[in-house]
Design a protein around this ligand. Structure first.
Ligand SMILES: [Fe+2]
Length: 488
């Protein structure tokens, strides 16, 4: 600074101590000293005051906020390889041998009985598991019988009669009000399911004391993944239907690309699972053609493919069929053919098992939910998590076989048995979002992208369209991302 600068300050009424004057004259920085001194409102400016003012020279320029554009979207999921494991032996794809013969039916039910009996024998029980061939040896004794529920009825005396059947014979298990807990359990039995019935053998009867379902172990904990990624669960898109909500689906795809809010979550999505009813299909129910905007089933899948091609390529897409898709209607359903879906997705059957990030997933469209909701008191389409939990408890995705049940093809192996403990059970079919936790299994129903149909209006069902479910297994968090407002 020059002497002239100092005199200018004095002329503005500023007074500096002698030490401050010396410091002022030695200053070579760029701070506007006059205005800074004015802010001090001091009669005499000291050397220390000036030192403070000059120190501003060392303060770096203030931070500017980073302007983020969608082109800057750096998804975490892009940086990592997928971690998937498949279980083809648990998937019907390519293995159907059924011709519908009597032998097929016998073989199917034998497989169901044998596998349940094997699992029950692994469980601790004070009673011996016996079969229906050597009942005389057990006359007057307590035993445990693993058998299928053939019939339910009442005796002359008004007691509950359960007709049990295994490979060797049948037996009437009787439940009376003297054992109220067992009676209540017996009322909840479903036809064709396999359970363990305990009681005392008396001639051609068994006086029932208890019923045991295989169920899931009580002490299971929710499984966590090592990596912090997210899985997106969808189902029941119904491409081709005039009720398919295309704009909302486009909104969701746009979100995956990082163009919407919740980009943190979008960027974590490494897997996308679509559990059936990809298209509305053709000829699924009478007069369906009036409800279709795309009449050709190949074109319905083409429309789906167009959207899948827009999904970021680092996301693994897994597609399983439903009752509207172009495979056989009965369970278990084989994977859709590449003749229909040509985009880069993995096609598996329904049900199917796979491991994602170390979490065992059981994927099933959920066609049997109709029969379970009809047969079990207290079940409703508004809360699909309850019948889903019933499948875990009964260790079978579709226990009721015959009339009033879900059609099952009697294959050599019963693919509907839940003979493992899934970390995630995912279904769709009922167009209603639901989540629940049952003994360490995360239960997800993924809703739909189809608006309320005329049929649903008639039966009073209110769906929850356009809500995508995500699960972050590292932190154990489930989110519902709402796309019910079409894209901006
Ligand atoms: Fe369905």
């Amino acid at each position: 600074m020059q002497q002239a600068d100092l005199e200018k300050l004095y002329s503005q009424g500023v007074r500096l101590s002698p030490q401050a004057s010396d410091l002022f004259l030695s200053y070579e920085g760029g701070v506007d000293i006059a205005s800074e001194i004015a802010k001090l409102e001091k009669f005499v400016v000291e050397k220390e005051d000036l030192e403070k003012i000059f120190s501003q020279d060392k303060v770096p320029a203030p931070f500017s906020a980073e302007v983020v554009r969608s082109s800057d979207f750096k998804p975490l999921a892009k940086e990592i390889e997928p971690k998937l494991k498949f279980y083809p032996e648990r998937d019907i794809t390519g293995k159907s041998r059924c011709v519908g013969s009597v032998d097929n039916f016998i073989g199917y039910f034998r497989d169901r009985l044998e596998r349940f009996r094997y699992s029950f024998k692994l469980r601790n029980s004070k009673l011996t598991v016996i079969n229906l061939s050597n009942l005389k040896e057990w006359e007057g004794k307590e035993a445990r019988i693993v058998a299928m529920v053939k019939e339910k009825g009442t005796t002359k005396n008004g007691n509950l009669k359960i007709v049990l059947e295994d490979e060797w014979g049948t037996l009437n298990a009787i439940f009376t009000p003297r054992t109220p807990k067992a009676l209540e359990k017996a009322k909840g039995l479903l036809l064709d399911e396999v359970v363990a019935v305990e009681g005392k053998v008396a001639g051609e009867f068994l006086w029932g004391n208890d019923i045991v379902w295989l169920d899931m172990p009580v002490s299971r904990e929710q499984k966590r993944s090592e990596r912090d990624v997210a899985i997106l669960y969808l189902s029941d898109l119904h491409f081709g239907s005039r009720f398919f909500l295309e704009h909302n689906f486009a909104h969701m795809i746009n979100w995956l690309k990082g163009n919407e809010d919740r980009r943190d979550l979008a960027g974590k999505i490494k897997y996308m699972i679509i559990s059936g009813d990809i298209v509305d299909g053709v000829g699924v129910y009478p007069n369906q053609e009036k409800e279709l905007v795309i009449q050709d089933i190949f074109k319905q899948y083409e429309a789906f493919d167009k959207f899948m091609e827009q999904v970021p390529d680092y996301i693994e897409i897994i597609v399983t069929p439903g009752n509207h898709d172009a495979v056989r209607r009965s369970d278990p359903q084989p994977a859709l053919s590449k003749d229909f879906i040509k985009s880069n997705v993995r096609l598996l059957g329904s049900p199917t098992w796979l491991e994602i990030e170390g979490l065992k997933h059981l994927l099933y469209h959920g066609t049997s939910l109709d029969s379970l909701i009809a047969a079990i008191p207290g079940m409703s389409y508004n809360a699909p998590e309850h019948p889903m939990i019933e499948t875990l408890k009964r260790r079978h995705l579709s226990p009721i076989y015959g009339e009033g049940g879900n059609t099952i093809v009697p294959e050599e192996r019963d693919y509907m048995i839940i003979d493992d403990e899934p970390d995630v059970l995912h279904m769709g079919h009922v167009h209603k979002n639901a989540v629940a936790m049952y003994r360490g299994t995360v239960v997800i129903n993924s809703g739909t992208f189809q608006a309320r149909t005329d049929y649903q209006v008639r039966i009073g069902h209110i769906p929850t369209p356009c809500i995508a479910t995500t699960y972050e297994p590292h932190i154990g968090k489930i989110s519902h991302v709402d796309f019910s407002n079409p894209a901006k």
